[in-house]
Design a protein. Structure first.
Length: 329
């Protein structure tokens, strides 16, 4: 069975975009792949996080992984810092990454061009750690959004570079991008990705939002003045985003949804989308509270870390021996 790996960086509460673009797909993938899913908490601290908020976000992320349908018996679920090989291989990967490659990484490049100050070294080098996250497990596939594809491409380059220097060591992973829902946009500004770091909450739906607020956000979603329900991403990005959300959650083709609402107003489509989203989120939130109340998270993470370490630690030892870092008598 092919192996798939992914992680989510919970610097804030998880969003509907996270669910559609990642979590929901993980649930479907675990029947067809050996799934390894982790909470990328080391990646969270490239910028300052309030410790209490970070701890809650990490706990909620695990609970929501489980509430969305990830099964710890079929998937390996763990906290990144519980497997120490991530950080060690991350440094080794940094020593095999060129400055020019890191300078081209979108997140750092965008912030630097905006003149942001006090950027950390961790923000600059985190793509090296991300490569280590993937390569430790010989993952065949990495499900990502379009905005993260660049990081998988760097991982591929580093894997091939290391293999050429030291002999066949790492599997070269392939990015896996969902055809629908890979990049859900903000409801208030459809030119931007729905993000948990959004300054206002109007365009972002969080998985733990009150359902009345969810419905209000969808009904207030920015559309356009054209007034025709059709698929025109360039001229009607807000409308396209709503149709894409509905398509992802119902598994209906976007074209079929357009036909269903042909000749009707945007209001009816918004009600339809709101009903679908609220129904899905109600189930997730019910399961989330059951998991939090059961206090089972600690045991799941402990078992997941043991299973992950059984794969990652031998890989790290192989790497260290090939580089010449170890002295064994």
């Amino acid at each position: 069975m092919k192996r798939m790996l992914s992680g989510i960086k919970p610097t804030g509460q998880l969003t509907l975009g996270n669910y559609i673009g990642a979590l929901r797909n993980f649930v479907n993938y675990q029947d067809d792949y050996e799934m390894i899913v982790f909470i990328a908490n080391l990646h969270c601290i490239t910028e300052y996080q309030d410790p209490a908020d970070l701890k809650k976000n990490l706990t909620d992320a695990v609970a929501l992984y489980l509430a969305c349908g990830l099964d710890p018996k079929r998937s390996v679920i763990f906290l990144q810092t519980d497997v120490h090989s991530h950080a060690e291989l991350g440094y080794i990967m940094a020593c095999n990454t060129y400055l020019g490659e890191l300078n081209r990484m979108t997140q750092f490049k965008d912030k630097a061009q905006k003149g942001e100050k006090n950027m950390t070294a961790g923000l600059y080098t985190y793509p090296c750690l991300m490569a280590a996250d993937i390569l430790l497990y010989d993952a065949n596939y990495v499900p990502v959004g379009e905005d993260q594809k660049q990081h998988v491409e760097l991982t591929r380059d580093l894997a091939q570079r290391f293999n050429n220097k030291y002999g066949e060591t790492f599997v070269v992973p392939e990015p896996l991008i969902a055809k629908v829902g890979a990049r859900i946009m903000s409801l208030s500004d459809p030119s931007k990705k729905m993000s948990k770091s959004e300054e206002t909450n109007k365009g972002c739906i969080y998985l733990l939002d009150d359902l009345k607020d969810v419905r209000k956000k969808i009904m207030s979603a920015v559309t356009d003045s054209i007034g025709i329900i059709q698929l025109d991403k360039e001229n009607q990005p807000g409308l396209y985003n709503l149709i894409e959300i509905a398509s992802a959650l119902t598994n209906k083709a976007m074209e079929d949804i357009v036909k269903e609402f042909e000749g009707q107003g945007y209001g009816k489509l918004k009600v339809y989308v709101a009903d679908i989203v609220c129904e899905e989120m109600e189930k997730i939130q019910k399961r989330y509270h059951e998991i939090i109340d059961s206090r089972q998270i600690e045991n799941i993470l402990k078992e997941g870390a043991q299973r992950a370490s059984a794969i990652a630690d031998p890989k790290l030892e192989t790497v260290k021996k090939k580089i010449g870092l170890e002295i064994k008598y």
